[in-house]
Every structure is written in structure tokens, then in C-alpha cells.
Design a protein around this ligand. Structure first.
Ligand code: KG4
Ligand code: ZN
Length: 342
């Protein structure tokens, strides 16, 4: 079990790695006292994806009001906090810089320890809110807009990356396909919804790297297949079977994710599987993972949808463990856009 000595520790978490500005106060790494997330989606939507300059500017505008709101909702003074935890990477450098700058100011002015958190470990730790007794070791499938990887977590702060995408992240593939089909941004929730009325067996899209024997992924071939399929239909002036296409696209991804996640658990002789990241909110992936893990006698965990997508709760939870371990970053610390796990 992940140990949780109850110490009445309050951590303010700050998240700005991508396009959500988040601040949250969490007690003892489990109890959410307050959480505020400002999404920038509407500002990026018309560009069909995230524009880094806009992201930085919006973080700058939103950080102070969001942090104030989180503190007010928590009904706490800065003096009641034990530390400030902030995402230091991976992510967009300008976006990370905004959150880190705010956290440094609070740390300096209020004389609070500054804790740096890896955004990806944050995604895994989001699970502790819904599953406080989560058992270690575990294998986590992290599927987000920027990452797709299988991670073996032996202990807190001890990660081994077992495999990852060689090209696009799963969330990125969802977003690109949705943009191509003119469905909107972000594509994940839209395709998730459309697929509910479609047949996952309708179109035989490729299951990339299914038979390679390793734990890596590739999404670019699937993306090309979808584009080719749609182009041919357009040439023949045939109507797009959007629901079947969405369902078949998801099925091609889920087949590989489920197979490789189970393989990773077997390789590591681990019984606990944890889903993390924005795509872990996907209803079809969850269903397929539930079935797949049940057949193999594995225990599956995933957080509520609002804890899957970027938020500051997960940063405060991971920050709590780093705080207890004595991990600190200095006021001279810089963001690390390509920060690795493990
Ligand atoms: O974890 P996240 O909020 O940000 C990153 O760290 O990247 O993940 C965002 C990604 C986006 O690509 C979005 O389309 C995807 O998660 N996503 C989903 C769903 N909800 C969000 N993908 C599939 N199904 C969903 N329900
Ligand atoms: Zn994320």
C-alpha cells in the first residue's frame, strides 16, 4: 500500500504545463479541500490545437485569480500551508514558467518549501483521491495529449518506463483525427461520444505494433489509415459513416493499449493496473480495460474523469509525497520541458 501517515499536511498545488490553469489545496495527499481549473480550450479551439504563446499569456492572466480562489474556497491562510507544489515538467516551457514563477513568489514571500512535481507522476497520483488504499507495485498506462507510456512503479518516486509511443500520443491522435473531420477540439470527448452509436468492427483499421513483442506504441499509421479511408469515401462522393469511423478508430487503439498493458503487468508480475491521463476518461477504453483485466485476474483502477484531465489536485497529491520525502527545488530552478519519469 502507498503509505499515508496522517499529519494534517496542507499542500497548495499549481499546474500550468499545457492549457489548463489549476490551483488546489489537498490535505494529507487524499482529501481535496479546494480545486479550481480554468480551461483555455475556447481560446485554442479556433486554431484546432494548442498555441503555446496563447497558453502562456492565459496562464499569466489566470494564475493569480485562480490561486486566490483556491485559497478562499479552502478557507485557509498561506500560514496554514505546509508547502507549495508545482509542475516543473514535462510541458510547454512558457506555460510551465508561469506556474513555477507564481509558486516561487509564494514560496519566497510566505516562507514555504517549494516542491517540484513531474506532471506525469501527478497523473498517476490522481488515482489516490478515488482509491486511497492503492497497492504498490503497479503498472500505469499514461495516455494523455502529450504522452503515451507504460510505467512500472515499484515505490513512491521509483518509476521505470516500460514502453512508450514512437510518434503521436493517443490523445494527440484523437485531437488530430477530430480536427481533420471538422468535429472540434479537443477531439477525445467528441469521438468518445460519437462512437457510442457506432460499430467498432465496421472498419478494420490497423493495430500497430501489436506483434512486436515490446511495449512501445505507434499511432501515426492509424492516423494515415483514417485519412486515406476518408479521402477514398470523398472521392467516391459517399457519405462519411462518422459513428462507425469513431468507434472503429477507438477499437484499433484500445486493442493495442489493452494487450500491451496486460503484457506489462505479466512481465513485471504485478496485479495492480492504473489508468492515468486525459484519455483515461474515455468510456470505451475503460470498458475494454475492465473486461481485459477481469479475464486476467488483475485489479484495475482509474480516477473520476475530472481527475484524469489536467488539474492541480494531482500535483498537490504527488507534491505531498515529495514533501514528506524531503524533496525541494530552489528558487533558481528552471522548468524542464522534456522532464523524464524515472
Ligand atoms: O492529461 P490531459 O488533460 O493533458 C495532457 O497532459 O496532455 O489530456 C488531454 C487529452 C486530449 O488529447 C483530449 O482529447 C484527451 O485527453 N481526452 C480524451 C477524453 N477526454 C480527454 N480522449 C478520449 N476520450 C475522452 N473522453
Ligand atoms: Zn496531463
Amino acid at each position: 500500500m502507498i503509505e499515508n501517515p496522517r499529519r494534517n499536511v496542507h499542500i497548495l498545488g499549481i499546474e500550468t504545463s499545457c492549457d489548463e490553469t489549476g490551483a488546489a489545496v489537498v490535505r494529507d495527499g487524499r482529501e481535496v479541500i479546494s480545486s479550481v481549473v480554468a480551461s483555455q480550450i475556447e481560446f485554442h479551439q479556433k486554431f484546432g490545437g494548442i498555441v503555446p504563446e496563447i497558453a502562456s499569456r492565459k496562464h499569466l492572466e489566470m494564475l493569480n485569480p485562480i490561486i486566490d480562489e483556491a485559497m478562499a474556497k479552502a478557507n485557509l491562510a498561506y500560514e496554514d500551508l505546509d508547502a507549495v507544489a508545482v509542475t516543473i515538467g514535462p510541458g510547454l516551457v512558457g506555460a510551465l514558467l508561469m506556474g513555477l514563477g507564481s509558486a516561487k513568489v509564494i514560496s519566497y514571500v510566505k516562507d514555504l518549501p517549494l516542491v517540484g512535481v513531474n506532471h506525469l507522476e501527478g497523473h498517476i497520483y490522481a488515482n489516490l483521491i478515488d482509491h486511497p488504499d492503492l497497492k504498490l507495485p503497479l503498472v500505469s498506462l499514461i495516455v494523455s495529449g502529450g504522452h503515451t507510456m507504460l510505467v512500472y512503479m515499484e515505490d513512491f518516486g521509483k518509476y521505470e518506463v516500460l514502453g512508450q509511443t514512437l510518434d503521436d500520443a493517443v490523445g494527440e491522435a484523437y485531437d488530430k483525427i477530430a480536427a481533420f473531420l471538422g468535429l472540434g477540439y479537443p477531439g477525445g470527448p467528441i469521438i468518445d461520444q460519437m462512437a457510442k452509436d457506432g460499430d467498432p468492427h465496421a472498419i478494420p483499421f490497423p493495430r500497430a505494433m501489436m506483434k512486436t513483442g515490446d511495449l512501445n506504441f505507434s499511432l501515426s499509421g492509424l492516423k494515415t489509415s483514417v485519412l486515406t479511408y476518408v479521402s477514398h469515401l470523398n472521392l467516391d462522393a459517399r457519405e462519411l459513416p462518422l459513428h462507425d469511423l469513431a468507434a472503429s478508430f477507438q477499437a484499433a487503439i484500445a486493442d493495442v493499449l489493452v494487450a500491451k498493458t496486460i503484457q506489462a503487468a505479466k512481465d513485471k508480475d504485478v496485479k495492480t493496473i492504473v489508468l492515468a491521463g486525459g484519455v483515461a476518461a474515455n468510456s470505451y477504453l475503460r470498458e475494454r480495460m475492465i473486461d481485459g483485466t477481469k479475464n486476467e485476474g488483475l485489479e484495475l483502477y482509474y480516477p473520476h474523469a475530472f481527475l484524469c484531465t489536467d488539474n492541480a489536485i494531482m500535483i498537490a497529491v504527488a507534491g505531498y509525497y515529495r514533501y514528506l520525502a524531503g524533496d525541494r527545488v530552489s528558487l533558481e530552478a528552471n522548468p524542464i520541458p522534456n522532464l523524464k519519469l524515472g
